[in-house]
Write a protein that binds this ligand. Structure first.
Ligand code: ATP
Length: 336
């Protein structure tokens, strides 16, 4: 079995009494793409900075390729970083920006130029290498930052929200570019994002953080199909999973798994209809709970209308109202 390329054990970082990162452990195999996902302030960037060596842990261990690096300075950890801000030097050309790190490490000119040409071709920056960052679009600046990672030849790449300055369309394009580049180079990537779509579409495995702790660590499929807590259930999916209170049970059902029926199921009342082109999001109310449905195409239902909704038991997720933990389903609220 392949050994871990990156291993983080019982890592913590406190600021005074505040635990920004609280005893987290995870690992990545060589060539694996890991997403650190979670809401603002959950400790994603602090974790990444500790791996990079820009922040010291209060406790715990970080191993890269079998060596403990906690006391190794950032420049000696053999990793590259891509930031949200791109961190480009405005007075330097694209070419100088890409080669800056190699020059600092005194890599020979011939080798530098060879890596530059390969990287520029991979990220399609050929016509722009003599421009300054101010003359480039956001997507092109992002490509310069990626080219810097490529020329570094470092096997581990840490990315902190690298796409959040780009518009939606470009973000989607860059998602697949980064993923195919990562595969081509066999890079191990730790990618910080608050965007569940980026994590779901790019990562081999996702670590969801909540207030400094790991809420769930698993494949994207397991996040969608087998959320371990209501927090996870709500974080993944758009619109998020409905959580409906039934006595001491919290029942989760995804909007795309609920349909309208003539009779039977649950009797609910329409609150609003939100037409979005390929689908209509129908918001309904049931006792104290709000239940959203994602229906194909255009649907028009008047607020206040009484309708019946239904789902199949296999799509029902059960959580204990008291412990908040997932419990295996033994029956369906549809049958009770
Ligand atoms: P975001 O997505 O908003 O960047 P994040 O998940 O990356 O959030 P971190 O930047 O890791 O969050 O911060 C985690 C928590 O630690 C936050 O509550 C933040 O305010 C706190 N924190 C970070 N750095 C410091 C510091 N130097 N001193 C005190 N508190 C800090």
């Amino acid at each position: 079995m392949m050994s871990d390329f990156l291993s983080v054990s019982n890592l913590s970082r406190s600021y005074g009494e505040f635990h920004a990162v609280n005893d987290i452990s995870f690992s990545a195999k060589q060539g694996e793409f890991i997403a650190l996902l979670g809401p603002s302030g959950c400790g994603k960037s602090t974790t990444l900075k500790m791996i990079a060596g820009l922040e010291l842990p209060t406790a715990g261990k970080i191993e890269i390729n079998g060596s403990d690096v906690v006391n190794t300075p950032p420049g000696k950890r053999n990793l590259s970083m891509v930031f949200q801000s791109y961190a480009l030097f405005p007075h330097m050309s694209v070419k100088e920006n890409i080669l800056f790190g190699l020059k600092a490490r005194k890599v020979q000119k011939q080798e530098r130029n060879k890596r530059l040409n390969e990287a520029v071709e991979m990220v399609d920056l050929g016509p722009h290498i003599n421009k300054k960052p101010g003359q480039l679009s956001g997507g092109q600046c992002q490509r310069v930052a990626l080219a810097r990672t490529i020329v570094s030849n470092a096997p581990l790449c840490l990315m902190d929200e690298p796409l959040s300055n780009l518009d939606t369309k470009l973000r989607a394009e860059m998602r697949s570019e980064i993923r195919s580049l990562q595969r081509k180079l066999g890079l191990t990537v730790v990618y910080v994002t608050h965007d569940q779509i980026e994590a779901m579409s790019m990562a081999d495995s996702i670590i969801l953080l909540n207030e400094g702790r790991i809420e769930q660590a698993s494949t994207p499929e397991a996040f969608y199909e087998h959320p371990e807590t209501p927090f996870v259930a709500k974080f993944i999916g758009h619109p998020p999973m409905n959580l409906i209170a039934f006595d001491d049970l919290l029942v989760g059902v995804r909007p795309e798994h609920i349909g309208l029926v003539e009779q039977g199921g649950l009797a609910v009342s329409v609150v609003e209809c939100d037409y979005q082109g390929s689908e209509t999001i129908l918001t309904t109310s049931f006792k104290e709970s709000t239940i959203r449905l994602s229906l194909a195409g255009k649907r028009v239902l008047a607020p206040g209308a009484a309708v019946n909704i239904q789902w199949v038991p296999e799509n029902e997720h059960h959580f204990s109202s008291s412990s908040g933990q997932r419990i295996e389903r033994t029956n369906s609220v549809m049958n009770s």
